[in-house]
Ligand binder design. Structure first.
Ligand SMILES: NC(=O)c1ccc[n+]([C@@H]2O[C@H](COP(=O)([O-])OP(=O)(O)OC[C@H]3O[C@@H](n4cnc5c(N)ncnc54)[C@H](O)[C@@H]3O)[C@@H](O)[C@H]2O)c1
Ligand SMILES: [Zn+2]
Ligand SMILES: [Zn+2]
Length: 361
């Protein structure tokens, strides 16, 4: 059977998104059909719309979602109809080179289930990050469904499916932030604030938030920032050094995805400190750094893909912390919107009015 449902697509580069009918087949072997309850609007959806990720238009947008498994295909044992799940874009396969080398957080196994969703005229949709969840029902690989406690509201749980996990994981997993560390986070959107929340959970002593928007800096304090810097008004490198005894931060997390902020992150580190790049640049961006500074400053320059998370390990742990009142996930939700409002949510994201707009389906 094919399910005809409403969903949000990006038909062509730079054009406003539209709500249209999507045809979603019933699950085949290894697949699950999920009724999506809520899906956050992530900057990566906008990157797709802008053609910054690939040219495989049309895209079925949305990838930060939670919902209930409606049906599973043959051979699926990990999840069952009725399970409350967060969708993930890293279904650890156990078979690929990364998995077999014991580095499952680098697993990039391809999941083809979702490439079966189409428009009414048969045009195959490319689902954002292999998920596609601004839609009433979506088809994913069974491993993309991570079961969590249904006591967590879907609009909160879904955020762990991308941005919030990416930020927390950038701090805790990739940056290995630990008690007593000094951390600076450049760019305090949903991802950056999650990196702040993760640093706070890990026991960082000094957490410096950097943004160009005073409202964002105000919000950053709610997640644990001990100091804030408006980098339109002051040089963030000098200020971060001043706040860390002249040294620079142990870990600097870049959550914007631009050469100028990467450069700031590079120089704001303590000697042999760690830079974690979580912001996604566009293909035209370049950076020029003196090689002597790369050598002389040492340390680690890392990228964080999805916070180096393992969904089965990290999602239940983080929903557990939320239920204990130790991780204020609800503070990321600025507004609840309809699928028709996604285009407006992109504008609000760009003007800095929201941390996360969450679509209720
Ligand atoms: N690596 C991953 O796995 C992963 C996952 C999700 C999102 N991302 C990326 O993380 C980045 C942030 O995502 P988001 O959803 O938080 O976006 P967002 O638009 O909500 O936040 C970006 C923030 O950066 C600030 N900013 C812009 N220019 C700045 C500058 N020059 N200096 C300091 N701050 C500046 C903005 O004011 C805003 O607060 C995006 O590039 C997104 O694609 C990466
Ligand atoms: Zn794998
Ligand atoms: Zn995302």
């Amino acid at each position: 059977m094919t399910n005809a449902v409403r969903g949000v697509i990006a038909r062509a580069k730079g054009e406003p998104v539209e709500v249209t009918t999507i045809l979603v087949p019933d699950p085949g072997p290894g697949e699950a059909l999920v009724t999506v309850q809520a899906c956050g609007v992530c900057h990566t959806d906008l990157h797709y719309r802008e053609g910054g990720i690939s040219d495989d238009f049309p895209f079925l947008l949305g990838h930060e979602a939670a919902g209930v498994v409606e049906a599973v295909g043959p051979g699926v044992t990990g999840v069952a109809p009725g399970d409350f799940v967060i969708l993930n874009w890293r279904a650890v396969c156990g078979q690929c080179r990364a998995c077999k080398r014991g580095r499952p957080w680098y697993c990039f196994a391809t999941h083809n289930a979702h490439q079966k969703m189409t428009l009414e005229d048969g045009t195959v949709l490319s689902p954002a990050l292999g998920i596609g969840a601004f839609v009433e029902k979506t088809l994913v690989a069974d491993g993309q469904c991570t079961k969590v406690d249904p006591a967590v509201p879907p609009e909160v749980a879904g955020l762990l499916g991308c941005g919030v996990m990416a930020g927390i994981g950038a701090a805790i997993n990739t940056g290995a932030v630990t008690r007593g560390d000094s951390v600076a986070v450049i760019g305090c959107g949903g991802v950056g604030d999650a990196a702040i929340a993760g640093s706070y959970l890990a026991g960082a002593h000094t957490i410096i938030a950097v943004d160009v928007d005073p409202q964002k800096l105000e919000w950053a304090r709610q997640f644990g920032a001990t100091h804030v810097i408006n980098s339109r008004e002051a040089d963030p490198v000098t200020e971060i050094q001043a706040l860390t005894g002249g040294n620079g931060a142990d870990v600097v997390i870049e959550a914007v995805g631009r050469p100028d902020t990467y450069r700031q992150a590079f120089y704001a580190r303590d000697l042999a400190g760690t830079l974690v790049q979580v912001g996604v640049p566009t293909p035209d961006m370049h950076i020029d750094l003196p090689l002597i500074d790369l050598f002389g400053r040492g340390g680690a320059l890392k990228s964080s893909w999805y916070g180096d998370c393992l969904p089965e390990r990290d999602f239940p742990m983080l929903t557990g912390l939320y239920l204990q009142g130790r991780l204020p996930l609800e503070k990321f939700v600025s507004e609840i919107i309809e699928p028709d409002d996604v285009e407006a949510a992109f504008t609000k994201m760009q003007t800095g009015e929201v941390l996360r707009s969450v679509v209720k389906l």
